[in-house]
Design a protein around this ligand. Structure first.
Ligand SMILES: [Zn+2]
Length: 448
């Protein structure tokens, strides 16, 4: 076992923190300690942090003051429990765009401002205060830590890198910085069939304890390793994120690297929201840092069935995001996990709302159908489903080998089990399917 993680945690990082003064280790210890709590302690902690946040948002932002006043709140003490909280209005990306300045607390200046490309390519901005940033990093390290990829562990990231060319000086600075954290970053955006051998060489050279990756690039690399019978270094653990991990992808990645593969779930607005534990394929929600709910079509907070995620960051005091619909769907369940981790469970991440394909008569086709269906056909290397009109569907395919008529017929018949011939479906063979601006592969895009 390597001594570096211990040396890093006990000596190097504390020294670095004296210089940087961020307090990351303190927060990691604090959040780590919460794993010894029982459910009641967690709930009481969450409620206390939530009431504090609600008071702060109501008294220091004009957005929440006005929005909540409109639904009859005149004093924040009227919100006595979570059920009362669940009656507060939900907010969306659109609200943030329209009321950006009204959402920023008048007590906070010098927030960290972030942008995301979003699925449509339209830039979207939001911000958070500096302490909230350190806290979210700590929560991330806790989740990564219970999966064997904690602070200081030798970790290889196959991840989206910064856009644009870096200066030599910045590259050196980056390399030193990542070297200090005992990690190496490989740019997943730049990986393709022609250079995959270099990526496998990098894995073998670096010999990571943990590998952290976007799902689709790692899935591609795993298929390449199996196909070319490459001898690959076996990490202790693999963590995926940023894109949905489908069961067939997990199987292939496991087979290629011969080690366990765990899914994590986050988004740019909140960083890590949940991560699987080692015992079961359940994700534990960071409920001591966030309030995570799911909402049905009637706008009610629900559990045990799939719903739209609404998230509240308990510590973003700079630009409070309260009951924010981030566009993802998930299923939350109330039972406890057998692993002993008291954090509540997200049973599954169910994709994004945009993934659903519609028909003229109002039928819907779940986005999950497509990866499930297309994995059966070896001729298909990559695909994307695009709907720009209510009565048609475009299927873009990058082929491994020519797609025969029998396969097309089979695909059409599966889709028509849902679409009932209401869609005019067109196949197009393409050489490349562009990624989103944030480097993710979109399985389905519905533009209507
Ligand atoms: Zn568990």
């Amino acid at each position: 076992m390597s001594l570096y993680p211990t040396l890093f945690r006990k000596l190097l990082m504390p020294a670095y923190e004296i210089v940087k003064g961020k307090g990351l280790l303190k927060y990691i210890d604090e959040y780590q300690g919460h794993l010894n709590w029982d459910r009641a302690q967690l709930e009481s902690h969450q409620w206390m942090a939530l009431t504090k946040l609600l008071h702060h948002a109501y008294t220091t932002t004009s957005f929440y003051h006005d929005t909540w006043s409109k639904v009859g709140i005149s004093d924040i003490r009227e919100i006595k429990n979570l059920n009362d909280f669940y009656q507060l209005p939900l907010i969306t990306k659109n609200d943030i765009q329209l009321h950006y300045n009204d959402l920023i607390s008048n007590k906070f200046t010098g927030n960290i401002r972030k942008s995301t490309g979003g699925s449509t390519g339209q830039p979207f901005h939001f911000e958070y205060n500096i302490e909230s940033n350190t806290r979210r990093e700590a929560v991330m390290w806790r989740g990564y830590g219970w999966l064997g990829a904690g602070l200081g562990e030798k970790t290889l990231y196959l991840w989206g890198a910064d856009v644009g060319e870096k200066s030599v000086l910045k590259s050196i600075k980056n390399n030193l910085y990542h070297g200090f954290y005992n990690r190496k970053i490989l740019n997943s955006f730049a990986m393709n069939k022609d250079n995959m051998r270099n990526y496998t060489n990098e894995v073998n050279k670096f010999k990571p304890t943990a590998l952290v990756s976007y799902v689709n690039p790692l899935f591609e690399l795993a298929k390449f390793i199996i196909e070319h019978k490459i001898n690959i270094y076996q990490p202790m653990t693999i963590l995926t994120g940023a894109e949905p991990l489908y069961p067939h992808q997990r199987d292939i990645i496991k087979q290629a690297f011969n080690c366990p593969v765990y899914d994590t779930f986050g988004c740019r607005e909140f960083m890590l929201m949940s991560a699987e534990c080692q015992q079961e394929q359940n994700l534990h929600i960071n409920a001591d840092h966030l309030v995570v709910e799911t909402i049905n079509a009637q706008g009610q907070s629900i559990t045990s069935q799939s719903g739209d995620l609404a998230i509240t960051d308990l510590y973003n005091y700079g630009m409070p995001l309260i009951r924010y619909l981030n566009g993802d769907r998930a299923t939350l369940i109330e039972s406890a996990c057998s692993c002993g981790n008291p954090l509540p469970i997200m049973q599954s991440v169910d994709g994004r709302k945009l993934d659903i394909i519609k028909t003229p008569s109002g039928k819907t086709i779940p986005g999950e159908l497509f990866p499930h269906l297309f994995k059966e056909f070896n001729a298909i290397h990559r695909f994307q489903i695009r709907q720009s009109k209510i009565d048609s569907l475009d299927i873009l395919i990058v082929e491994n080998s020519p797609l025969d008529e029998a396969t097309k017929t089979k695909i059409l018949s599966e889709i028509n089990k849902y679409a009932q011939q209401e869609l005019s479906i067109k196949f197009s063979v393409v050489t490349n399917i562009p990624l989103t601006v944030s480097g993710k592969h979109r399985v389905t895009i519905c533009e209507i």
